[in-house]
Design a protein around this ligand. Structure first.
Ligand code: SF4
Length: 418
């Protein structure tokens, strides 16, 4: 007879080729878990509520693995419905590069092609864009890993998620206005967040050069976009004035590399831009409920020749794929875009993120329905951070941490702390 089960539902997400089905099949044959697939529910034409109800009922009897890319716009609604049914979830994102996924898909023997009639490359581009709006409890890089090894890791973390719940004093109550900066800090390391926002500890270490360069670039970009007719040399001078601070010495080759990157940015992005800047460094507030909101400042609000608005965030470079946990990169500009959408009473708005080093832009068009998915994603991200508590997450991030010399978990090298 089936017994009641209290495990969270394991939600396996990732692009086609990431190994979701193989991992789900492996775990379900090893441990007898129920394996449910979103495509099956779609064939039955079930509504969001019906999908959630089916999952909940099955999970009461037996631990469920729910396999879906995570890219559909009703994904957040399914998870929210499960939550309202008191059915917890544990979202695992299987991360693989576009090239790695294409290689795996081309090795499939049954010449499986996307149902939509698109190419795999097109499907992957769209899915990767959509997944950059989806927070996960756990990211697992699968590139070059044996699927059995990944399956074991997934199973171990899933079991741990079923056992752990943060103690009361680990839960940070969000105040009326929380900022994205706070959430990002919390996401990267709960201990650093606690040092800064709970214990109010003053920074003990100097900011690393990369942070100083990043801030100077942001200041010069605000200056650049404030006028449509700046020259490249004036832009580079502005950057050098921003970075010229007492006690800061920037290595010549680093300075040269950054100048080259800014020159390219000027030529490729600024000079040929067909959009008109409406605001730089604008304030945004996203209301998440009666009691609290999320505040922040977006880099740029622009309008294209068809009259559509766009919020753009500029980042120095793409986060390294081995730097975990990754923050869904579009979530911040998308949240700002939803706030501006409401403020300006428009039906559609673009949200984008531009990685300067790679000269790469990820962009999503939000309508009212998709804006609601963004709100749910932000709320789920916050709940996910709350459930994690203030756990230290030592890693490459320690070398950029302002508390690295006093933190007992730091793995920053000696040269970083001296
Ligand atoms: S040194 Fe590392 S583990 Fe410690 S607070 Fe900073 S980022 Fe977290």
């Amino acid at each position: 007879m089936a017994s009641a089960n209290s495990s969270p539902v394991l939600v396996l997400t990732g692009v086609p080729g990431a190994g979701k089905s193989t991992i789900a099949a492996h775990l379900s044959s090893l441990f007898g878990y129920s394996w449910l697939n979103i495509d099956y529910f779609r064939e039955l034409k079930l509504s969001t509520d019906q999908i959630a109800e089916r999952i909940r009922l099955e999970n009461q009897k037996n631990p469920v693995i729910f396999e879906c890319t995570g890219a559909s716009y009703d994904f957040e609604r399914i998870l929210q419905r499960l939550k309202s049914l008191n059915c917890a979830t544990f979202v695992v994102a299987l991360r693989i590069s576009r090239e790695g996924a294409i290689k795996r898909l081309s090795q499939r023997t049954n010449n499986h092609q996307p149902k939509s009639g698109e190419t795999w490359a097109e499907v992957l581009d769209w899915t990767l864009m959509r997944l950059s709006l989806v927070p996960a409890d756990l990211d697992i890089p699968v590139e070059g890993e044996l699927l059995e090894t990944t399956a074991k890791r997934v199973n171990r973390y899933w079991e741990e998620a079923g056992l752990s719940s943060p103690s009361k004093n680990q839960i940070f109550e969000l105040t009326q206005a929380t900022s994205f900066t706070q959430l990002r800090k919390w996401h990267i390391c709960g201990r650093e967040f606690k040092f800064k926002y709970i214990e109010n500890t003053l920074p003990t270490d100097e900011l690393p050069l990369a942070v100083i360069i990043g801030t100077s670039i942001h200041q010069s970009l605000s200056w650049l976009f404030a006028d449509e007719a700046r020259s490249c040399s004036a832009f580079l001078d502005k950057f050098e004035r921003c970075i010229d601070q007492p006690g800061i010495t920037v290595d010549k080759s680093e300075l040269l590399k950054t100048r080259e990157m800014l020159e390219k940015f000027f030529d490729l992005e600024y000079r040929h831009s067909k959009t008109k800047t409406l605001r730089v460094d604008g304030a945004a507030e996203l209301y998440l409920g009666d009691s609290f909101s999320l505040k922040g400042r977006y880099d740029r609000l622009s309008i294209n020749p068809s009259g559509e608005l766009e919020i753009t965030e500029y980042k120095l470079r793409k986060p390294k794929s081995n730097l975990l946990p990754s923050i869904p990169s579009l979530i911040q500009p998308a949240a700002y875009a939803v706030s501006v959408m409401k403020e300006q009473s428009v039906e559609r708005i673009f949200a984008s993120i531009y990685f300067m080093e790679q000269q790469e832009k990820i962009r999503v068009l939000l309508d009212r329905d998709r804006a609601h998915s963004v709100l749910l994603a932000v709320l789920r991200w916050i709940q996910l951070l709350q459930s994690r508590g203030f756990r230290a997450q030592p890693g490459p991030n320690c070398s950029r941490c302002a508390y690295r010399s006093i933190c007992e978990f730091s793995v920053a090298s000696r040269s970083d702390t001296s």
